[in-house]
Design a protein around this ligand. Sequence first.
Ligand SMILES: [Zn+2]
Length: 302
Amino acid sequence: MLYIGSHTSYLKDKQLYGVVEESLSYGANIFMFYTGSNQSTQRFQIDHELRDKAHKLMKENGMDKDKCVVHAPFIINLANNTDNGKYNFYINFLKQELNRCIELDIRKLVLHPGSYTTLNREKGIENIANGLNIALKDIEGASVLLEYMSGKGTEVGTSIDDLKAIIDLLDSEVYKKVFVCLDTCHMNDSGVDINEIDKFLDEFDEKIGIDKIKCVHINDSYNPLGSHKDRHANLGYGTIGFDALLNVIYNKRLEGVPMILETPWINRNLKDTWAPYKEEISMIKKREFNDYINKEKASDLL
Ligand SMILES: [Zn+2]
């Protein structure tokens, strides 16, 4: 079965109920959201009535809550501990976010591993593993999905070896609560040719184990292979191309893994901006590219 959805908006007045409504309007059967702004750690209280209404609506529409994910805010950085106060704040915030996941009953949290900045990769890896060991120690019933990154700046988690190094340093109880979220744009920008996804999966399986992949972000990329940039493009309008992405989505070895679109809204700087997800999900289901933006017009986006 195909689990396909997109990034959605979690807003104060409708919360999880709004997320489910939005996903249904795209023809999605799963979703991803931030529990507040992706740039800040300010969070409002969870309304239990809205949460229960949301789960009821999901059930009525055959949506599987275990395939849905939350994304942690970008500003959490576990890789650098030069400012101890900040490092501890991020660990605590991650813990709170995991507890919010449990309260919302959407129990998978995607996390960017972090950037080592003034330190080095090895130190960064140690700090991330240490932070996860502390944050996840007492968490029951929620897990962290470490995201595969493009390698922009000093990002950690930009190769299978990086992710393996973090995972190898986890305590055995914490190991059971840590998984991986792939991202096709990040992989392309890190130097992985999406046309050769099976080669990548072979290596992943050998080093980490394919059962650790619990989500894939499906994005095209504005930038060429190995550019270390990280700018998501709409499916079929970037350098990866629709067919290569389709090959990931329907890859037998990724069957049952949630596929989440994080592609940019159309005309995002204009008043009439709109979400591409309904079109993209429909193309995926039909397995056929449809030039809905108009390639010529889209070319000035590239
Ligand atoms: Zn992400």
